[in-house]
Design a protein around this ligand. Structure first.
Ligand SMILES: C[S@@+](CC[C@H](N)C(=O)[O-])C[C@H]1O[C@@H](n2cnc3c(N)ncnc32)[C@H](O)[C@@H]1O
Length: 152
């Protein structure tokens, strides 16, 4: 029997988008297993790291993004992969902008990220959104409540 990666590879390359999604939807375990094999210890180890992804030195947790798998399947309430979020965090805490303007916050995960980074040195974040994407989920009240609970 073919392993999950080559099975999914055939589906992704051989079928229509809807058929692929239907297959993955009805074979969730297989899809997760394929991701785990693709991103996990079976295929990767410290010797397979791309040296250009390993920083010269570690200045904080954000510099450890190279240790993690970053892809759409492990996103949560932020539309960024872990390495993207850690990069934005490192830019903010190293350049320390006094004002940050976020254009497009969607669910607000990025607003929390930017606010937390800016709070490390006393910066301010302003955020705007036209609510084009799933406005029912992008509830400003939830964002304000969370920011205030986190004292951001
Ligand atoms: C990909 S989402 C943002 C993801 C979010 N920054 C994150 O990292 O989780 C794009 C958002 O931009 C908003 N948007 C698109 N065009 C805009 C504009 N011209 N001004 C303000 N918001 C805009 C949409 O409503 C949507 O919520």
């Amino acid at each position: 029997m073919k392993n999950p990666i080559s099975k999914l590879h055939n589906i992704v390359n051989g079928g229509l988008r809807k058929a692929k999604l239907r297959f993955m939807g009805s074979n969730l375990d297989l899809a997760v297993e394929a991701l785990r094999l693709y991103n996990g210890a079976v295929r990767l180890n410290l010797g397979t790291l791309n040296p250009s992804n390993v920083p010269q030195r570690i200045n904080g947790f954000h510099d450890l993004a190279f240790l993690f798998a970053s892809h759409q399947a492990n996103r949560g309430v932020i539309a960024q992969d872990f390495d993207e979020a850690s990069y934005l965090w490192s830019v903010i805490v190293s350049r320390r902008p006094r004002q940050i303007l976020e254009i497009g916050r969607w669910l607000g995960g990025s607003t929390v990220l930017f606010s937390a980074a800016a709070a490390t040195y006393g910066g301010n974040v302003s955020s705007v959104d036209l609510k084009l994407k799933a406005p029912a989920y992008a509830d400003d009240k939830l964002i304000v409540e969370l920011l205030s609970r986190l004292q951001l």
